[in-house]
Write a protein that binds this ligand. Structure first.
Ligand SMILES: NC(=O)c1ccc[n+]([C@@H]2O[C@H](COP(=O)([O-])OP(=O)(O)OC[C@H]3O[C@@H](n4cnc5c(N)ncnc54)[C@H](OP(=O)(O)O)[C@@H]3O)[C@@H](O)[C@H]2O)c1
Length: 207
C-alpha cells in the first residue's frame, strides 16, 4: 500500500521503518522539507521516499500524521480530502499551548479541523520504542501488544486495523472518535502496556 507519513520523528520515523520493512511504499515528510530527510530515507531503504507534506498527503492511500497536536491546523486539507488519515497526536498543553477543544475528544477536534477526511485515531498510546520493538506477527491476537483504534468510519477503521495487525500488534477496537477520550493523556488506558486480551477485557469486551 502507498502510505504517506507526515512527521518523521519518534513515531513517524518508527512507522516509516516498520511499514517499509513490510513492503509498503512510504512517502515521508516533515516540516523542514525533503532535503532534511535525505540521510534518514537513505537509512530506511528503497521503499521510503522523502517528499513534501503536500506530497505525502497526495501520494498516500492512507496518510499518518505524527506531529505535535498544536501543529495539526497546518495539515494540507485539500490534499487530504477523502483520504484515510491516521492521527497519532496527543494534546499536551505545556508543549502545544492552550487549545479549546470545545468539549470534543482530541480526535473529534482533529476531524473538525479536516472536514471530508476519514480520521482514524491510532498509535497515540504506545511509546515509540515499544512500537519499534514489540510487534510480533508470530504471536496470536490475544498475546500481542495491543494498539487501540477509534474511528467513525468503519471501513477506514478496518484498513488501519489490518496495517496494525500486519506489524504484529493486536488492533483493538476502541470505538468512535468520541470514545477516544478513553485513550488520551491522563486517561486510565493511556500508554498502558496491554496484550490484546487484556485490552479487550479492560474495555469490558472479554476475549
Ligand atoms: N514519542 C512517542 O512515543 C509518542 C507516542 C505516541 C504518540 N505520540 C504523539 O505523536 C506526535 C509526534 O510525536 P513524536 O515523539 O514523534 O515527535 P517528534 O519526534 O518531535 O517529531 C515530530 C515531527 O513532526 C514534524 N512536524 C512538526 N510540525 C509539522 C508540520 N506542521 N508539518 C509537518 N511536519 C511537522 C517534525 O518535523 P521537523 O523534524 O522538520 O521539525 C518532526 O518530524 C505527538 O503529537 C506525540 O504526542 C508520541
Amino acid at each position: 500500500m502507498r502510505i504517506g507519513i507526515i512527521g518523521s520523528g519518534n513515531i513517524g520515523g518508527t512507522l516509516a521503518r516498520l511499514l517499509s520493512a513490510r513492503g509498503h511504499e512510504v512517502f515521508l515528510a516533515n516540516s523542514r522539507g525533503p532535503d532534511s530527510l535525505r540521510e534518514l530515507v537513505a537509512d530506511l531503504g528503497p521503499n521510503v521516499r522523502a517528499v513534501t507534506v503536500q506530497g505525502a498527503a497526495r501520494e498516500g492511500e492512507v496518510v499518518i500524521e505524527a506531529i505535535p497536536f498544536g501543529r495539526l491546523a497546518e495539515l494540507p486539507r485539500a490534499e487530504l480530502d477523502g483520504k484515510i488519515l491516521v492521527t497519532a497526536a496527543n494534546y499536551y498543553p505545556q508543549r502545544d499551548g492552550q487549545i479549546d477543544l470545545g468539549g470534543r475528544s482530541e480526535a473529534e477536534y482533529t476531524a473538525r479541523l479536516l472536514p471530508g477526511v476519514r480520521v482514524v485515531k491510532a498509535f497515540n498510546t504506545i511509546w515509540f520504542k515499544h512500537l519499534a520493538q514489540q510487534g510480533d506477527p508470530a504471536k496470536g491476537p490475544d498475546e500481542r501488544r495491543a494498539i487501540f483504534v477509534e474511528a467513525d468510519d468503519p471501513e477506514a477503521k478496518t484498513v488501519v486495523s489490518r496495517l496494525i495487525d500486519e506489524l504484529g500488534f493486536a488492533a483493538v477496537d476502541g470505538g468512535s472518535l468520541r470514545d477516544s477520550t478513553r485513550f488520551q493523556p491522563g486517561a486510565p488506558l493511556y500508554n498502558r502496556d496491554l496484550t490484546g486480551r487484556e485490552a479487550r477485557e479492560a474495555l469490558g469486551k472479554g476475549s
